[in-house]
Design a protein around this ligand. Structure first.
Ligand SMILES: Nc1ncnc2c1ncn2[C@@H]1O[C@H](COP(=O)(O)OP(=O)(O)OP(=O)(O)O)[C@@H](O)[C@H]1O
Ligand SMILES: [Mg+2]
Length: 293
């Protein structure tokens, strides 16, 4: 799948922080109501001793155990780990789509129970309505929330523009390329101003070239919004390119093996020696984790 509508100037501007960089794109989005007392850099999300056990008739699967993580407002934290180790389960628990067996998940100090508009999700398989237009997909959550039509249109328009799809507002989603569909998914999540956005291998289904373009576009989008992101990926390269921190998980049940601070300013150069060395050391560690278990 090749993304053909990619804007020409999409390289991220040099910066230390992802936030608040004026670059001529739509104005920065501010959270209107909840959690306004939590400043960028303060802890926003606390996950303590999370445990998820799936019980079926004849067996019990411990998917996540003893998982503790604090995420700061404005941080982009990646989670990587072996296939089937429990990454999606962690995101689904944070999203409130499954009930944890134990432990706690708090946003702004308040316990999360069930789904809420303070958390948004971007799915690997897009999970869009194929026969709805781009605009109608982006507006969906706001429709459910009963937001008036004018505000819905205005917000949808702003976010569709932010992801570079303003010429495609009335196209039906099934007519779009994979990269474009995923941009609709990102706009649909961000338009609801979630406090935390959970992204489950959002670029996993894309070809390598489109994937790199999407990573750069995501960083550009994040310059214009106040977002806190938990990003699940299988790609060490993607994790190092995007993240402030990388959480490495063990084999199932998912426990934290190591947390890596990624020290470099953005935009990052994948061919830099430090980048290449860190990627290799993480890959070696992941391989060891796979072999040893
Ligand atoms: N609803 C469910 N019922 C029973 N078992 C489940 C359920 N959801 C997940 N599991 C099991 O929990 C474990 C973790 O699954 P999960 O989907 O979280 O892994 P993952 O790390 O996201 O894998 P992948 O990298 O392949 O996406 C797996 O063994 C899976 O079979
Ligand atoms: Mg998964």
């Amino acid at each position: 799948m090749r993304d053909t509508d990619t804007p020409k100037s999409e390289s991220a501007k040099p910066r230390q922080s992802l936030k608040g960089v004026a670059n001529g794109n739509p104005r920065p989005e501010r959270r209107e109501k909840l959690y306004t007392d939590i400043m960028e850099g303060d802890t926003l999300l606390n996950i303590t001793d999370l445990r998820v056990v799936f019980k079926t008739d004849d067996k019990e699967t411990i998917a996540v155990d003893n998982f503790t993580l604090d995420v700061k407002k404005g941080e982009l934290v990646s989670i990587i780990g072996p296939s089937g180790c429990g990454k999606t389960t962690i995101l689904r628990a944070i999203a409130g789509l499954i009930e944890p067996t134990g432990g706690s998940i708090k946003i702004g100090g308040k316990e999360c129970r069930g789904p809420g508009s303070d958390r948004g999700m971007v799915f690997q398989d897009f999970a869009l309505f194929p026969w709805r237009t781009v605009r109608k997909n982006v507006e969906f959550g706001m429709e459910i929330a009963g937001i008036p039509k004018e505000e819905r249109h205005e917000r949808a328009e702003r976010y569709i523009k932010l992801v570079g799809l303003d010429k495609f507002e009335d196209a039906r989603v099934h007519e779009l390329s994979g990269g474009m569909k995923q941009r609709v998914g990102i706009a649909r999540a961000f338009v609801n101003h979630p406090e935390v956005t959970l992204m489950d291998e959002p670029f996993g289904a894309l070809d390598a070239q489109t994937r790199n373009i999407m990573q750069t576009q995501l960083l550009r989008i994040l310059q214009n919004t106040e977002q806190t992101i938990i990003f699940v990926t299988h790609s060490v390269d993607e994790a190092l390119f995007l993240s402030d921190r990388v959480v490495m998980l063990t084999k199932r049940p998912a426990r934290i093996n190591r947390i890596i601070d990624v020290p470099w300013p953005r935009p990052r150069e994948r061919s830099d020696r430090d980048f290449v060395e860190m990627r290799k050391s993480i890959l070696d560690e992941l391989e060891k984790e796979n072999v040893m278990n």
